[in-house]
Write a protein that binds this ligand. Structure first.
Ligand SMILES: Cc1cc2nc3c(=O)[nH]c(=O)nc-3n(C[C@H](O)[C@H](O)[C@H](O)COP(=O)(O)OP(=O)(O)OC[C@H]3O[C@@H](n4cnc5c(N)ncnc54)[C@H](O)[C@@H]3O)c2cc1C
Length: 451
């Protein structure tokens, strides 16, 4: 296990962070700069307005006309006691029918624009051009088919069929992409070009915390088929992690399936570790035991994507409703520190695991790159991951340094994408968000400071 000197690590981290910062494309250091992002900026400053805008974004897919849309918008905004000037103007427009139509059109355009920033296309086919352009720019991708938490077997079946088609379409298209050695190989061997992220809650309607075995069994059949398909096509299948109530079932399912004899030769596959969970170090213990035991000797080491976790508000509210103590850290710096500790443990576990560090936080990313260097690495065995729409400037800065970066690309229509969109908006208008801090113009030295 490499022993890395803390002071050297901090010095190296600042060096890496400054280089990434200087490689951010011109004009992108304020992530909320563009005109359509003003709503996000206003929302991040005002909790009431934020709540109103979220309720609005949520009803947009159900609105039948521009008039209808504007009525909802002015209705929600009417609840804000002291609206900022642009909002007050919008509300006056809502007083006449002509004004409402114009306001509705503007709101519809605004929401679509915002959605298109996060969602790559309505179907995998429609996304192929973007995936290819990213690849040419030195950025790999993972496609996510929007639409989560199915409630019927029919929906689960349709989601599995969509995943199957997506794997085939992406793998076929990817064969004609030009060579990009940094994205296609690490020291454990080849890395598939085609990469799909899937959600277990979409593969079964039966995933419930009170009967985890039923959900696992139901999802296992569909997941097994997808693993077979990914192996045939030479693609990577990544299983996302959702809220804590399904965490154990998802973890067990993935580790059990990948240990089956038929999957020893492939496909390349991965799971997710959420650093905001207080018990995430124990989860990593479980994964490491698996990698040394039942999962040892697989042709492709398991890829572990480290994230902080996207369901923070949900976990806090859910625990409060039941009178439980929160399973997540409640101080942001604790999540950040745990993320760094898990980063080091994951990197020390190579080559039994492949490591993907997923964050838009310059400190978290610079820390991983610096640790890799001080542990003797040259970046080959480290992957950085970002989300489409949030990590666009960062992905280019990382690629510019010859490091491997993968962008998570959601695909689907606006209705399917609503839950995803609201989660991204919530995350990025929160006071604790790194990107919100960056948008406020905090100096680089403060952004890179230890949590
Ligand atoms: C490629 C990719 C794939 C992803 N896949 C998944 C996935 O499968 N499952 C999943 O859950 N998430 C996933 N995420 C989402 C990820 O969890 C969020 O992007 C991430 O939480 C934002 O963290 P950050 O490091 O970018 O930003 P930061 O601003 O540094 O961190 C924000 C995060 O800190 C945590 N936090 C916020 N407030 C507090 C507080 N008061 N106390 C403690 N912690 C707090 C929350 O997790 C919040 O999201 C993925 C992200 C990427 C980039």
């Amino acid at each position: 296990m490499p022993v890395v000197d803390e002071a050297r690590l901090e010095a190296e981290l600042f060096e890496v962070g400054r280089r990434l910062w200087s490689d951010l494309p011109a004009g992108t250091r304020n992530p909320f700069r563009a005109a359509d992002e003003k709503a996000m900026e206003l929302a991040s400053q005002d909790a009431e307005l934020k709540a109103a805008l979220f309720r609005f974004v949520d009803v947009v897919p159900a609105c039948r006309s521009l008039d209808d849309l504007a009525r909802h918008l002015t209705g929600f905004l009417g609840e804000v006691e002291q609206p900022p000037p642009p909002i007050a103007v919008a509300m006056r427009m809502g007083n006449s029918r002509a004004g409402r139509t114009a306001l509705g059109a503007a709101a519809a355009t605004g929401v679509k624009h915002m959605a298109h920033r996060f969602i790559v296309g309505e179907s995998p086919k429609a996304a192929l051009g973007t995936l290819r352009d990213l690849w040419k720019d030195g950025v790999a991708s993972s496609v996510d088919l929007l639409g989560e938490a199915t409630v019927t077997q029919g929906e689960a079946q349709r989601y599995a069929a969509r995943c199957d088609t997506a794997l085939e379409e992406i793998a076929t298209a990817a064969r004609s992409w030009p060579p990009r050695p940094a994205l296609e190989r690490d020291s454990a061997g080849p890395l598939p070009r085609a990469n799909l992220s899937v959600k277990v809650s979409a593969l079964t309607p039966l995933l419930r915390p009170d009967a985890p075995e039923r959900g696992k069994r139901d999802a296992a059949d569909r997941l097994r088929e997808l693993l077979r398909r990914a192996r045939e096509l030479g693609a990577h299948l990544h299983i996302d992690m959702e809220s804590l109530d399904s965490r154990d079932a998802v973890l067990e399912l993935v580790l059990e399936l990948l240990a089956e004899q038929e999957f020893r030769a492939g496909p390349s596959a991965g799971m997710v570790l959420q650093a905001y969970l207080r018990d995430s170090p124990q989860t990593l213990d479980t994964v490491l035991e698996w990698a040394a035991g039942a999962g040892a000797g697989r042709a492709y080491p398991l890829t572990v994507r480290l994230v902080k976790g996207a369901y923070w508000d949900h976990e806090v509210v859910e625990a409060a409703q039941h009178g439980w103590s929160a399973p997540v850290f409640e101080v942001k710096a604790d999540s950040d520190r745990n993320f760094e500790q898990l980063t080091c443990r994951l990197m020390d576990a190579r080559p039994a695991l492949r490591v993907a560090i997923a964050s838009h936080n310059l400190r978290s990313i610079a820390h991983a790159i610096a640790y890799d260097r001080l542990a003797g690495g040259d970046g080959t065995d480290l992957e950085l991951q970002v989300l489409r729409g949030l990590g666009d400037p960062l992905q280019h800065a990382i690629a510019a340094q010859g490091l491997r970066v993968r962008t998570y690309c959601p695909v689907g229509d606006l209705v399917a994408g609503m839950a995803y969109l609201v989660r991204r908006l919530l995350e990025n208008t929160s006071n604790d968000s790194f990107l919100a801090e960056q948008a406020k113009g905090r100096p680089l030295e403060e952004l890179l400071a230890a949590p």
